[in-house]
Design a protein around this ligand. Structure first.
Ligand code: TRP
Length: 447
């Protein structure tokens, strides 16, 4: 590896930048709303501790042990003659698929940044018309902002891990935290703040279902960026001084804290105006803009801050999804970085264009069954591929590789033997249980 790696703080912020994304601010609050608030939050926290964090550490450690791009890392750490690296290609492919629809959503965010400053919708009806109009009828706006998102992401990644990815995270992550805290303090002054906190933290177990558990597992994977070799790729560039168990905990804590803060902020604004929580995907793009409108001039500022935070969160995540493919082409096939980046971006852009079009009227041919391409990619990656990718990682580290190598590395980072054994047990039993249970439940429609 020619390139210099991350600094300690750079690694943590880049990993947190990957984890904290649209999943936290856009997805977490609405699934929490749909699945009953506090009880869902509790299950999510349990999943995070038992399944999410062990996998996060497994990915980071695997990357740092091999110091190579993901496919070569699997190859290196496999026992002699075993070809587990073949599965790693699936992970790169999954990341690539996520990138295609993720950037479409970032495009919407850019457009809404512009809307925030110019013409917020006055009522929920207007807000719905505005969003659906963009989504289903306005191809050119979406195409313009989607292309912009792709260009920005490519421009960061092609500069490399240090000069591109680390540098942008050092700026955008503190900025993101500042913007969210601003919204949080503002929300604290609202009457509905207490109601929002109660909704997020008071557990109503009657609304809990098997489906909620499955959604929580999927959300934990998506939100922590696990299951598709992103943290493995970043882990390959880790500095010797970085202690991985601490880094994994910090990233998990930041990811969760930001999701919870975003949830409280969003619900406080909605409840303040007597709106309902479960509006599905539309919460960020429909209910919230209409809520902000009611705040007059301040509303424009609040909306702009919100969408800027969302844009920053999205960009730092999208670059992390692009990096594994770029590292793969760059290191394994010796393609230069610029070519690897722009080549991947171009293909992702073209496929993304189809994803974007699949939401438009007149493009029903881009649907299969009840789902269009956008919804298929979202569903397949989050509900199937990511959990499978995580399962592969857990089996690989839990059963297949030389565990002493992992112990040696993590022990140097301060992990005791018993903590190590607990970690292995989580990988061997908790992760497969969580993943297989979740997929079976979904596929068989049991719950
Ligand atoms: N974690 C990001 C979010 O919460 C999305 C993301 C970035 C991701 N990289 C990933 C999801 C890798 C799965 C795997 O929005």
């Amino acid at each position: 590896m020619k390139e210099r790696g991350f600094t300690r703080i750079g690694f943590i912020l880049a990993a947190a930048g990957s984890a904290v994304g649209l999943g936290n601010i856009w997805k977490f609050p609405y699934v929490t709303g749909e699945y009953g608030g506090g009880a869902f939050v509790l299950i999510y926290l349990a999943t995070l501790a038992l399944v999410g964090l062990p996998l996060l550490l497994a990915e980071m450690t695997t990357g740092s042990l091999s110091r190579k791009e993901p496919v070569s890392a699997y190859e290196d750490l496999s026992p002699e003659g075993k070809r587990y690296w073949r599965f790693a290609g699936l992970k790169l492919f999954t990341g690539f698929l996520i990138l295609t629809f993720y950037t479409v959503v970032i495009g919407w965010i850019f457009y809404y940044l512009f809307i925030s400053l110019t013409h917020l919708p006055a009522t929920p009806e207007e807000a719905t018309a505005l969003f659906m109009g963009m989504l289903q009828e306005d191809a050119s706006t979406q195409i313009f902002f989607h292309a912009m998102a792709m260009l920005i992401i490519g421009a960061i990644v092609y500069r490399g891990v240090k000069a591109g990815i680390e540098r942008i995270n050092l700026v955008l992550m503190p900025a993101l935290i500042g913007l969210l805290l601003f919204l949080f303090f503002y929300a604290m002054g609202l009457e509905a703040f207490g109601e929002a906190v109660a909704f997020m933290f008071a557990a109503d177990f009657s609304r809990l279902s098997g489906e909620a558990v499955m959604v929580a597992v999927g959300q934990a994977f998506f939100s922590l960026s696990i299951g598709m070799a992103v943290l493995m790729t970043y882990g390959a560039f880790v500095d010797k001084k970085t202690r991985l168990p601490g880094a994994a905990l910090t990233v998990g804590a930041m990811d969760t804290a930001i999701a919870l803060i975003a949830g409280v902020v969003i619900f406080a604004f909605l409840f303040q105006l007597g709106m309902e929580p479960a509006q599905s995907v539309g919460m960020a793009f429909i209910s919230l803009p209409a809520a902000f409108y009611q705040f007059g001039a301040a509303g424009h500022l609040l909306a702009a801050v919100f969408f800027l935070a969302l844009a920053f969160a999205g960009i730092t995540s999208a670059i992390s999804i692009l990096e594994p493919s770029v590292a793969h082409l760059n290191q394994r096939y010796r393609m230069n970085r610029a070519k690897a980046t722009w080549g991947t971006v171009l293909v992702a852009y073209l496929l993304g264009l189809l994803v974007l079009l699949s939401n438009l009227k007149g493009f029903e041919w881009l649907s299969l069954g009840e789902r269009n391409l956008f919804s298929w990619f979202d569903f397949l990656t989050a509900a199937v591929f990511l959990p499978l990718g995580g399962l592969l990682m857990a089996i690989f580290v839990g059963f297949i590789t030389d565990r002493e190598r992992y112990f040696h590395q993590l022990h140097e980072h301060g992990l005791s033997r018993s903590a190590f054994n607990l970690w292995i047990a989580a990988l061997r039993y908790m992760v497969p249980l969580g993943v297989v249970g979740a997929i079976a439940a979904k596929v068989l429609g049991l719950i």
